[in-house]
Design a protein around this ligand. Structure first.
Ligand SMILES: O=C(O)C1=C[C@@H](OP(=O)(O)O)[C@@H](O)[C@H](O)C1
Ligand SMILES: C=C(OP(=O)(O)O)C(=O)O
Length: 447
């Protein structure tokens, strides 16, 4: 894998020739009028898997997400001695077992796996070796490793504080109180909390640093722990306390992934059409739910009722000034929509996404610029000035959400070719099929 700078050719550099794995993003030839059934939430599926591995009995996950990130999580748990078995209707049965060491965990590029599994590995009966994709080695990790050491777990790394590293499971973890800087990722906190009920003293995590991003994801962690009968105190800001206890088995229906709804809802706006997503939860801890507000601010009519969510285009796409600190997964698709808007936009609060699958601010800057859009990177986001866009090859940097952003642009810009479309399998292997299907459901068309 090339270095960060090689990953990101300077804005304005010529596009490379087409290569294997390219996808010609389809242009829309009319307003869509589609019903889109979304796959399950990555974040909920992976939390339920970890909790189920700690439980006393077999758990059932109904409609879990099947994607690279959840298969990596299932693979990690299997390597540690947990049964994760397919049942005929697409559910997963999770059978906890004694946590085994002397094994390897492949994190791929999954933040959930690299931040949630090491605390669990501390409970295994031997060393657990972690590694992942080349870019995963650059993702921030040090606060988790430092916290594990402070809680009594042996960790060997090469002093860079990231992958690859080995967690020396000793069959038990003392636990206790730890202070970390979680400003680079909420997952540092979530990972510690998800295994802490099995630590002798539980855990108290204090955050000390700039604001924690993606706070709804920590609320999701707290809520899923409580669903499993674990006592969590989150009354004090920046502090979370998990009491030691048993973890109850789960029987849960996984909500649809609302962050992964963004590109489909964006398509309603871009094509001047309508998209309905059945099963949109009335209440959720998913940060992606904020996409409803974003498309509303950008001019859509948004209705949430018991049948689901319906987004209908108004006239045009309005520029926005939006803070995505709590919902930063939305940034690539919102940036694409902003590039097609009638006026300029500012996206704020997402400095930390330079440490996501790729440096997303740099990647979006480079690729939007390549198509002719005006883009500036700010200290904590992007300033986007729409201009007429041209055809071009859109690089994706192993980032599923770059594929999704490119698809939105391609609706309005004929000739957008998406590099390495397969990378979308991180959270949505069926993305191009769902996209094509949505495009066939046009106003007046036979689906
Ligand atoms: O806990 C989780 O499942 C996630 C938390 C967020 O991470 P950051 O806090 O690093 O943004 C989010 O962006 C990521 O996609 C999933
Ligand atoms: C940041 C993301 O993923 P991860 O869980 O790998 O951090 C994402 O899905 O946008």
């Amino acid at each position: 894998m090339p270095s960060a700078d090689e990953d990101h050719p300077p804005p304005g550099s010529p596009a490379a020739p087409p290569a294997d794995g390219d996808w010609a993003a389809p242009a829309a030839d009319g307003p869509v009028d589609a019903r889109v059934v979304l796959p399950g939430s990555k974040s909920l599926t992976n939390r339920y898997l970890v909790l189920a591995a700690h439980a006393g009995e077999v758990s059932r996950l109904r409609a879990p997400l099947r994607s690279r990130d959840t298969h990596l999580m299932a693979g990690a748990l299997r390597a540690l001695g947990t049964g994760v078995d397919d049942v005929d209707d697409g559910d997963w049965l999770v059978t906890p077992g004694p946590l085994r060491g002397d094994t390897d965990v492949d994190c791929g590029l999954a933040g959930n796996v690299m931040r949630f599994v090491p605390p669990l590995a501390g409970l295994a009966d031997g060393p657990v070796r972690f590694d992942g994709d080349p870019h995963a080695r650059r993702r921030p990790m040090a606060p988790v490793l430092g916290a594990l050491r402070a809680l009594g777990v042996g960790v060997d790394d090469d002093d860079r504080g990231g992958l690859p590293f080995t967690v020396h499971g000793a069959g038990s973890v003392r636990g206790g109180t730890v202070t970390i800087d979680a400003s680079a990722s909420s997952q540092f906190v979530s990972g510690l909390l998800l295994s802490a009920a099995r630590f002798e003293e539980g855990v108290t995590v204090h955050h000390d640093g700039k604001a924690v991003p993606s706070l709804p994801h920590i609320e999701m962690t707290v809520e899923t722990l409580r669903d499993a009968g674990v006592v969590v105190d989150d009354a004090e800001p920046h502090t979370w306390r998990v009491e030691p206890s048993e973890v109850n088995a789960l029987d849960v229906q996984v909500e649809p992934d609302l962050s992964n709804a963004a590109q489909f809802l964006a398509a309603a706006l871009v094509t001047g059409g309508r998209v309905h997503v059945p099963g949109w939860p009335q209440y959720t801890t998913q940060g992606g739910d904020f996409v409803r507000e974003v498309v509303d601010m950008m001019g859509a009519d948004v209705v949430l009722d018991r049948s689901g969510l319906t987004v209908t285009a108004g006239g045009g796409i309005l520029g926005v000034d939006v803070d995505l600190h709590d919902s930063s997964e939305l940034t690539p698709v919102v940036a694409a929509l902003a590039a097609l808007a009638d006026g300029p936009s500012v996206i704020r609060g997402v400095a930390h996404i330079r440490g996501h699958e790729t440096d997303r601010l740099r990647a979006l800057h480079t690729e939007l610029d390549r198509l002719g859009c005006g883009v500036d990177e700010t200290e904590d986001g992007l300033r986007i000035t729409p201009r007429p866009l041209r055809a071009g090859r859109f690089h994706t940097y192993a980032d599923h959400r770059m594929v999704m952003a490119a698809a939105v642009l391609g609706l309005a810009v004929p000739g957008v070719v998406v590099e390495d479309v397969g990378t979308v399998a991180k959270t949505m292997p069926e993305f191009t099929a769902l996209w094509d299907r949505m495009l066939r459901e046009r106003v007046g068309a036979q689906a």
